[in-house]
Design a protein around this ligand. Structure first.
Ligand code: TXA
Ligand code: MG
Length: 315
């Protein structure tokens, strides 16, 4: 049963407690309802992908109550500070280099070195984020492939029974997703048009790149994702001493290094560990990563998609 929480002090406190305990809570923003999870908890973030039934690990936006808390996780540029002053709180998401030592889990950013961050406008949303005291990762609160929800009823329609609660703050005012702007490269680049018009952004900071090359930097578009430096071999059934084993269930014997995704063969637990595992094996000193087979069900599909692209050298 999914709890429907009122947008009052008690409802906000309950929603925050659930999020802090690793549960999934949908909440209203000015754009659409987000499916929130503690961004520092890889298991909670994996549960978001599972609940949405996403076939891929797309990087998620982290939500904060104010700009000061944002800068704890990413390194702001001059331009980022100007945009934050002009448009936050509001429907603008900035992609910036992730700070070394940030507590945000690798899975939240799909293993990228950058992080998408924003401060949503509604007071209820920011009160929730203050009460959680941690960044909250939130994609739109709909099953993969369905339209984004702008009321609590829409959320229940798609995800009822799959998530702990929805904090009902009424209909979303903007109704389309936030504008996503990449500030991690040279020129600011528009990755997704949204609630803040391009013209308003350009009035504040000057020209923004909108062409194909800029969009290609966006995720899901191959190059941007974390790719292990070592070559990856899939569906390993035996393993050598020069190989680093990405294990799922009972590990194959004889590897030079082993990282266990999930000893009990749980695909959601494996997803939570995937990016940390690839990084650890990359640093193992072995010649290659040998990945054991992960079943093609639930988050197993997203894990296999990620590993297949790594094996094909497509990031
Ligand atoms: O309005 C919104 O942004 C809503 C509310 C809930 O905040 N959230 C939302 O999240 O639309 P989602 O996961 O549906 O979309 C996130 C977008 C995707 O286009 C994703 O590719 C991009 O942000 N994104 C996230 N992290 C990124 C990164 N590190 N680099 C480039 N793009 C990133
Ligand atoms: Mg979405």
């Amino acid at each position: 049963m999914t709890e429907v929480l009122p947008a009052d002090a008690a409802g906000i406190a309950r929603a925050a407690a659930l999020l802090r305990a690793g549960a999934l809570v949908a909440f209203g923003t000015e754009t659409v309802y987000g499916l929130g999870a503690d961004a520092t908890d890889a298991r909670a973030v994996a549960a978001v992908f599972a609940a949405k039934d996403r076939p891929r690990f797309n990087p998620l936006i982290c939500h904060y109550p104010d700009a000061e808390t944002v800068w704890a996780d990413v390194v702001p540029t001059e331009t980022a500070r100007r945009l934050a002053e002009t448009f936050w709180p509001g429907p603008l998401t900035l992609v910036l280099p992730k700070r070394a030592g940030s507590r945000v889990a690798d899975l939240t950013g799909a293993g990228l070195d950058t992080l998408a961050v924003r401060v949503p406008a509604p007071e209820v949303a920011r009160a929730l984020l203050r009460a959680v005291g941690r960044p909250v990762a939130a994609p739109s609160a709909n099953p993969s492939g369905r339209v984004s929800p702008t009321t609590a009823a829409h959320v229940l329609d798609g995800l009822g029974g799959r998530i702990a609660a929805v904090l009902d703050s009424g209909p979303c005012k903007v109704g389309v997703e936030s504008t996503v702007l990449d500030l991690s490269g040279g020129q600011p680049a528009l990755l997704r048009p949204g609630g803040v018009p391009l013209e308003a952004i350009e009035a504040a900071i000057g020209p923004v790149a909108t062409g194909r090359p800029a969009v290609l930097r966006g995720p899901g578009m191959l190059a941007a994702h974390y790719a292990p430096h070592l070559p990856v071999r899939l569906a390993a059934e035996h393993v050598g001493p020069d190989e680093a084993l990405l294990a799922f269930g009972e590990p194959l014997p004889g590897a030079g290094a082993v990282f266990q995704l999930s000893a009990r063969g749980d695909v959601t637990e494996a997803a939570a560990n995937l990016f940390a595992g690839l990084r650890a094996l990359d640093a193992s000193g072995c010649a290659r990563i040998a990945a054991m087979t992960v079943p093609e069900q639930g988050l197993g599909r997203a894990i296999n998609d990620r590993l297949a692209r790594a094996a094909a050298g497509r990031g």
